[in-house]
Design a protein around this ligand. Structure first.
Ligand code: ADP
Ligand code: MG
Length: 261
């Protein structure tokens, strides 16, 4: 069943259009990757879906319901966002930070169920040893995992990830993405992620939307990541190698910068 539907969304910060007529659908359990160069509108689209920004035109539906018709609490419980770059400047333990994900549910003090959910997410992200650590003392990768654990603690129906692997080394990238995929399937969560790493997008996405200047250039399964489409979107010639399960996208020689020299 379609969980998230974005229909003809256009958005402008001022007079300059940033998104134009963007449409996509994501079912429960699916991962959709939004790819496109810096400034193509990926984060803006995620913020529209999270209702932090209001599109000029178009509709966003979750479970068939317009998000504008939902209460703030409903949006907070249905949609979890891991923002692109949010660094902590206040003292708080990892456990307390992940517990903030339960805020849309907690009245006065967290229930034993809330605490159990938080412990489970900390465990799932491999953060158990860090649970009492001050969040200001974490590495970039550890921090990224804490943000993902916090979003998962919401137990959202729609999980929005803005460049979730950008601070992670290759082992942690694969670990986090394996976990996201497993949870998406097990919990029937619809995942929308903005991602720069085309190999991660190719390996983990059920669907890919390629943006150029806020417009959908191509959309479909990971097979839309063709050398021709990638060149149109990024202006870089690539080869796509397929080693059975693993897709590897590598730049072809010469790269654009070296060809300028
Ligand atoms: P991406 O995530 O793909 O890099 P963004 O959605 O962050 O792209 O930005 C899309 C465009 O909107 C860019 O041109 C950016 O400069 C502009 N933009 C982003 N945030 C704001 C803002 N708060 N006010 C005005 N313009 C913005
Ligand atoms: Mg962005």
């Amino acid at each position: 069943m379609v969980r998230l539907e974005v229909k003809g969304v256009s958005f402008s910060y001022d007079s300059t259009p940033v998104l134009e007529d963007v449409s996509l659908t994501v079912k429960g359990g699916e991962i959709l990757s939004i790819i496109g160069p810096n400034g193509s509108g990926k984060s803006t689209l995620l913020r529209c879906i999270d209702r932090m920004l209001r599109p000029r035109l178009g509709t966003i539906l979750v479970d068939g319901k317009d998000i504008n018709a939902l209460s703030r609490g409903e949006v907070a419980r249905k949609i979890g966002l891991v923002p692109q770059s949010e660094r902590a400047h206040f003292p708080m333990s990892v456990f307390e930070m992940v517990l903030m994900g339960r805020r849309p549910y907690v009245d006065w003090s967290p229930s034993s169920r809330d605490l159990k959910i938080v412990s489970d997410k900390i465990e799932a992200l491999g953060l158990k040893e860090l649970a009492t650590r001050d969040i200001r003392e974490l590495s970039g990768g550890e921090w990224q995992k804490v943000l993902i654990a916090r979003a998962l603690a919401v137990e959202p129906e729609v999980l929005l990830l803005d460049e979730p692997t950008s601070n992670l080394d290759i082992r942690h990238q694969l670990e986090v993405m394996d976990m996201v995929r497993r949870l998406a399937k097990e919990r029937d969560i619809s995942v929308v992620m903005a991602i720069h790493d085309l190999n991660i997008a190719a390996m983990y996405s059920d669907k890919v939307v390629m943006l150029i200047k806020g417009k959908v250039f191509a959309a479909g399964g990971p097979e839309v990541l063709t050398p021709c489409n990638i060149e149109s979107v990024y202006g870089v010639k690539v080869k796509v190698l397929n080693f059975s399960e693993r897709v590897v996208i590598i730049p072809e020689e010469p790269t654009p910068s070296s060809s300028l020299i």
